[in-house]
Design a protein around this ligand. Sequence first.
Ligand code: GDP
Ligand code: MG
Length: 607
Amino acid sequence: MKNRLHIRNFAIIAHIDHGKSTLADRLLELTGLIPERQMREQFLDTMDLERERGITIKAQTVRMTYEAGDGRIYLLNLVDTPGHVDFAYEVSRSLASCEGAVLLVDAAQGVEAQTLANCYMALEAGLQIVPAVNKIDLAVARPEEVAEEVGSLLGIDPERVVRVSAKTGEGVRGLIERVIADIPPPGGDPEQPLRALVFDSYYDKYRGVVCTVRVVEGTLEVGTSIKLMATQKTFSVEEVGVFSPYMTPVDRLVPGEIGYVIAGIKSVQAAKVGDTITSSERPAPQPLAGYREPKQLVFCGLYPLDGDQYPDLRAALEKLSLNDSSFSFEPETSQALGFGFRCGFLGLLHMDILKERISREYGIQLLATAPTVEYRIHMKDGRVLLAKSAAEWRTGPEVDHVEEPVVRATMLGPAWASGALLDLCQQRRGRQVDFRYLSKDRVELVYILPLSEVVFDFNDQLKSRSRGYASLDYEPAGYERAELVKVDILVAGTPVDAFSAIVAKEKAYSYGKRIVEKLKEVVPRQLFDVALQAAVGNRVIARETIKAKRKDVLAKCYGGDVTRKRKLLERQKEGKKRMKMIGQVEIPQEAFTAVMAIDEIKGARQR
Ligand code: GDP
Ligand code: MG
C-alpha cells in the first residue's frame, strides 16, 4: 500500500498581497477541482472577515489530483497557512504537515519580513523550498532583480526561481511540475501505532469539532478509538475525509495523507493545534514533537456599552472559545466601566478579529480598554506576581523589581528609510541586534523591543516612516528588567481606573499629558471647576482644568414655552443614562471611547 499514492504535501509562503490566494485559485482550476465558471476569487478564504481583509486566519487545506508530465496521477495537498505574525505557531504546525513549500514573492515588491520569517521556519523544519516570483505580468515587475534577491536568500541560482503570474496563469503549470519534482513524497509506516498531527481545528455546530490532520504513521479510520495525547481525552472516530475542496468522507487516511477527523469532540479546547492523535488501544509511545500551549501576549478589558448586555457578552465569549482555544477571558470589574472581562489574545490582529466577531455575530457593542501586556513583578520574598492590567499592578517596598515581555523584531525596508526606522526603534526603547544591507537599497534591522511598545501603534509608524515599504515580523524573546510606573488619571480628585496605565518611567509624563488634554476636550463643563490630573503615586505629573459653565441649560428657554423646556429636560434625562458618575462629575460614555481611542491600535490591521 505504501507506494500506491503519489502524494505531495505543500504550503505556500508569501507576504500579504503577494498573491497566495490567487495562486491557490489557479491551482484549483488547473487541477479541475473547481470549474472556471464556479470560481469565485480567493476560494480558500471562507470567513467573511478573511475575505474582507484579504488575510487568512485559519489554515485551509485542499486536495487536488493532477496528471503530471510523467503521465502519473498525483495527489496534491495544498495547505494554506495563516499569513500574520500573531499566528506564527499555527503556521509552524501547518508547515510541519508538509514536506515542502512554495515561496512566493511579488516581482514588484521583493522579499518582505514576513516572507523571510516563514521561510526560515520552513527551512528549520526541513522543508524543501520551491521559490517563485509572482506577478510577472505587471508593467512594474522586476522579475530578474527579485529572483536575484530570492536566489541569494536561499543560496541558489536565480535561474532556479520559477516565474509565474497567478493572475494570467502563466508559468503555473511549470510551478506544479517543480513541486512534484523537487518536493519529496511523504514517508511513514501504516503498520506503526497511529500518530496524526492536528494542525487546525474548528467547531461546527452540527458536527462538533472538525480536526484537520496529517497522518504521520499508522492508519486512521472510522471506528478507531483515538486519544489526544496532550489533553489525554479519548473519542471514537465518526468520520474521516478529505477536502476536495468540500468535505468528502473516505474509508481511511494513511501515512502522508492530509484530511479531517470528526469524533464527537465538543470543543476545540480538547483538540488543540499541535496535538497528536493516537490510538487509545495501541498508543504511540511518544507524541509528535512541537506541541505548545497557546500563549496570550496581549490583553484588554472588554465591556458591553450597554451594561444589560453583560450576560450576552459572557455567552458570546463562551461560544467563541469553543472555536478558538487561543484566547482567554476572566471576569473583571471596573468602577468606571462596570462589569466586563479581561481577555488575552495571541496578538493585536487576533484581538481585533475577536472584537469584531463579538459585535458582528452577537450584536454587542463593546468598549475595549487599551491593550496591555503581562508584566512579572518580582517580590522581595521571592514570589513572582503577574500583572496584565493596571489594576493588578503592585508597588511599594515589598517589590524588588519588574520585568516586561520583549520580542525579537525583524524589519525589512528601503535603505533610504533606515534613519527613520532606527529612530523609531530608539524611541521605542529598542536594542539593536543586527543591521545590514540585503542589497544596495534594502536593509534588514533586527531589534529587541519591549512588546508593549510594539503593540502601541508600531506597525503604523513603521509604515508611515517608510511610505508603506517596510515590513515587520517578531517573535517572543523572553522577559527583561524595566523601569515602569503606573500612571493614574484623576477627575476632580477621583481616580478613574479605566484610564490607569503601566508605562515606562521616562514616558509617564507624555502619557499623562496626552490623556488629560484629551479629557479636557471631551468632558463637558460642569457647574464647578474640574481638575484633571495625571499622577504617579501621590505625585501629580500633569494637570488641566475644565472651567465651570456659566449658563443654565434652561436659560435660553427663559420665559419661553413649557413644552420646549420639558423636551429639553427629557433629552437631558436620556443623556444621563449614558453618563457615568466619577465622584461629583458626570462623564459621558463617549468620553471613555474617545480617550481609549487615543490608544487605538491601527497597526492591528496590516493593510
Ligand atoms: P495574498 O494576500 O497573498 O493571498 O494575495 P492575493 O492573492 O489576495 O493577491 C493580492 C492582490 O494581488 C490581488 O489584488 C490580486 O488580484 C493581485 N495579484 C495576485 N497575483 C497577481 C499576478 O500574478 N498579477 C497581477 N497583476 N496581480 C496579481
Ligand atoms: Mg490571501
